[in-house]
Write a protein that binds this ligand. Structure first.
Ligand SMILES: [Zn+2]
Length: 485
């Protein structure tokens, strides 16, 4: 009898909590301004023909970086700077141009208010290599066809760099006056973590005691088809990025001839440990940018889904199980670990005595690497496996998604992509933005292009491209942002 009453009470309590969550969500949705008023916006004209040629010229420069900068063909970076000088005469005559160390470029456009904090737009000049034979279109061949500019870096990120400079050049031509000064930083080696590029620029700015109202770097795009609960595209803006570490696992055992093997071999022993790490996922956590993301998505979703997303703590088990099914969503709520390089022997018939593996780790902002390594040791259950950190990046600080300085940025997104839901998130990859966190407490990561899975899949892969429509949208976005500075 008492058990029955308890069950009834718990049931009533659960129903009441869900009803309260429903009402709370319904009120938030009713207050939410669903449609952006875009009809009174000034029209922006974009010269697509000129912009696409400038982008093709930029792509033709093989600005491929390298960890040892002495080995890099810096002539290609000089060529790239010459392309920019020819394409953007007003930027090079009206703005202050600084070359910070060999291949980094900084421009400064003075605003009318010398007391206002300036803003900083970033882009990187370098690209990852391309295996020419695997491409249908030439990766460095100035190929413009079928409505696209093709080539390495067209999307990541010469397209964005060119969109930015086109917008600045056109704004200068039209006599636009900005209130805050605009700094532009073009680093030379983002693809290899920015040690020779953004790190040096950011340190120089820090040493000069400069602070920026906001810093804007590459990041999330206007994503189409990623969020099944929504029909409209979602503009995801990175408020933070996951930090990065490489951890080396080593097992020292007995080698020998593979015709008389002793089991388990060192590779098998290591494989067992890796398997345990992959089986046991890190605990799920909703950090601030992800809670903000769920709130933004909730306001645009049908009420049942909205109720779940708007009350993430209440429905945590349900959300975790849904997110865990998809590798992209899973990476937003957990630290991830992946074995990337495993080495066991130098010959097909030799069992090596030492087996090694690299575990590539991407951590949420508040994860401590030491704690994660302790967790790995516990999960592997093998004290004979040595664990050593090979490299790690500093943890990213999350920008507050309600930071007052972001407003012009969000407005420019809504004005340019009027059908998109704007939502914060954490970037699972890295960017130069990380280095600039020391000169601003408001760093946002966004690429103003509409992207689906097919387009995104070409990044760092074969036949990378950017549609001319996207290039034009990017220019429009920067122009709308510039007039708000
Ligand atoms: Zn990039």
């Amino acid at each position: 009898m008492i058990v029955g009453w308890i069950v009834l009470l718990v049931g009533l309590l659960t129903v009441s909590v869900v009803v309260v969550a429903l009402i709370r969500t319904a009120i938030a949705k009713s207050k939410h301004n669903k449609f952006f008023e875009s009809k009174n916006l000034p029209k922006i004209t974009v010269d697509r023909e000129v912009a696409k040629v400038h982008l093709a010229e930029a792509i033709a420069c093989k600005t491929i970086g390298g960890r040892d900068w002495a080995m890099v063909d810096t002539g290609e970076f000089t060529r790239f700077r010459n392309v920019l000088r020819d394409a953007y005469p007003l930027i090079h005559s009206k703005l202050t141009v600084r070359q910070i160390s060999a291949d980094n470029l900084v421009f400064v456009w003075e605003g009318s208010d010398t007391h206002a904090e300036p803003v900083l737009f970033c882009a990187h000049q370098d690209v990852v290599p391309a295996v020419e034979e695997q491409w249908t279109h030439s990766p460095f061949g100035k190929d413009i066809s079928d409505g696209y500019v093709w080539g390495r870096g067209s999307f990541d990120m010469k397209g964005q760099l060119i969109a930015m400079l086109e917008a600045v050049e056109q704004s200068l031509k039209e006599g636009v006056i900005i209130q805050r000064s605009l700094w532009i930083a073009l680093g030379c080696d983002e693809e290899i973590r920015g040690e020779n590029g953004a790190k040096i620029i950011a340190q120089t700015l820090f040493d000069e005691h400069r602070r920026f109202a906001f810093v804007f770097d590459e990041g999330g795009a206007v994503a189409k088809g990623f969020f099944s609960m929504l029909t409209q595209p979602v503009a995801v803006v990175g408020m933070a990025e996951k930090s990065y570490a490489d951890v080396r696992l080593t097992y020292r055992g007995h080698g020998g001839h593979s015709s008389t093997p002793e089991h388990p071999t060192p590779v098998a022993r290591l494989a067992r440990a890796i398997h345990r790490i992959e089986q046991k996922r890190r605990p799920a956590r909703f950090i601030a940018p992800i809670k903000a993301m769920m709130h933004s998505l909730a306001l645009e979703s049908p009420l049942p889904i909205a109720t779940v997303l708007y009350n993430p703590n209440l429905f945590k088990p349900l959300i975790v199980s849904l997110f865990s099914k998809n590798s992209t969503m899973n990476a937003l709520i957990r630290d991830t670990l992946a074995a990337t390089m495993v080495h066991g022997s130098d010959a097909p018939n030799v069992i090596g005595a030492v087996a090694t593996a690299n575990i590539n780790i991407r951590m949420l902002c508040d994860t401590q690497l030491e704690e994660l390594i302790d967790w790995m040791k516990r999960v592997m259950k093998d004290e004979q496996i040595e664990v050593a950190v090979a490299s790690s990046s500093p943890a990213s600080k999350a920008t507050d998604s309600k930071h007052p300085n972001i407003e012009p940025f969000f407005c420019a997104i809504r004005e340019t992509f009027s059908d998109a839901v704007v939502c914060p998130y954490i970037m699972t990859g890295g960017s130069d933005g990380l280095w600039y966190e020391q000169v601003s407490d408001c760093v946002v990561r966004f690429s103003p292009f509409v992207m689906d899975k097919n387009e995104l899949g070409r990044m760092h892969a074969n036949d990378e491209r950017l549609s001319i429509d996207n290039l034009a949208k990017g220019i429009e976005f920067y122009r709308r942002l510039i007039v708000r500075l």
